[in-house]
Design a protein around this ligand. Structure first.
Ligand code: DC
Length: 232
């Protein structure tokens, strides 16, 4: 995590980009962070990292106390990747690919439903708010973690469109999966993320909603950049 934690960290501007997986928020967030020269928090990566480490240690995914302890240990040692240093390292091992698997996403979605786990990750996530600013991407960035964000965006697309994007990504990597099964997985994960009691996936009341089901990435980017220029 960024090392300095002075007073200015609480006042550095934040733009939040929330939405379900496959909504394109990761690509847009990285692009925006690069354009503005701001920090980027991929909060899903923290949830995935915690879930991955829990699986490694064979911790039950509903053992909140053990997960909270694990989160404390990880937050002390883990560094989010940067454009100069893109590898996601855990205990000296590059776990970037392992974190992107469906198994890890599934485990992250389960552990993320535990209120104690979400609470344990709050300070860790807020620590990334450092000058000159932060692009925070996740599910509850605008609703819970950074409710005072300068701009809140909620990116979304229909489940079958998001599953198709994932299908194509995997196909490009030479991995063939059953599309219908993928649609079911996407819907099941959406359902769990949106129906959990603790910080469910939903747009903040003051978020701008961008449904990009029927538009390409360039158009989404154009809309987002316009919104950013309107507030900065
Ligand atoms: O964005 P992602 O697919 O990497 O997120 C992985 C899981 O982590 C997802 O199922 C929901 C959870 N998550 C969350 O609950 N809150 C966040 N801010 C980010 C991710």
């Amino acid at each position: 995590m960024p090392s300095s934690s002075n007073h200015s960290s609480t006042t550095a501007p934040v733009i939040t980009i929330d939405g379900p997986s496959g909504s394109g928020k990761g690509t847009i967030s990285q692009y925006l962070a690069g354009e503005l020269g701001w920090h980027h928090l991929d909060s899903g990566a923290l949830y995935r990292l915690l879930a991955y480490a829990a699986l490694q240690q064979a911790l039950p995914l509903d053992d909140a106390a053990a997960l909270v302890q694990l989160a404390a240990r990880l937050s002390d040692s883990y560094q989010l990747p940067t454009p100069d240093n893109p590898a996601i390292m855990l205990d000296g091992v590059d776990v970037g690919q392992a974190l992107r698997t469906e198994k890890c996403a599934e485990a992250a979605s389960k552990t993320a439903a535990l209120p104690a786990v979400r609470k344990a990750l709050l300070a860790w996530q807020r620590h990334y708010r450092q000058p000159p600013g932060l692009i925070a991407d996740g599910r509850d960035m605008g609703t819970v973690v950074f409710p005072d964000a300068a701009l809140k965006l909620f990116l979304t697309a229909r489940p079958e469109v998001r599953a198709m994007r994932r299908y194509n990504q995997l196909k490009n990597k030479g991995i063939l999966v059953d599309l219908k099964e993928l649609v079911r997985e996407v819907e099941a994960r959406d359902q769990r993320d949106a129906s959990r009691k603790a910080s469910p996936l939903m747009p903040a009341g003051d978020a701008m909603i961008v449904d990009n089901s029927d538009q390409d990435e360039a158009r989404t980017l154009q809309q987002v950049l316009q919104a950013v220029h309107d507030v900065l």
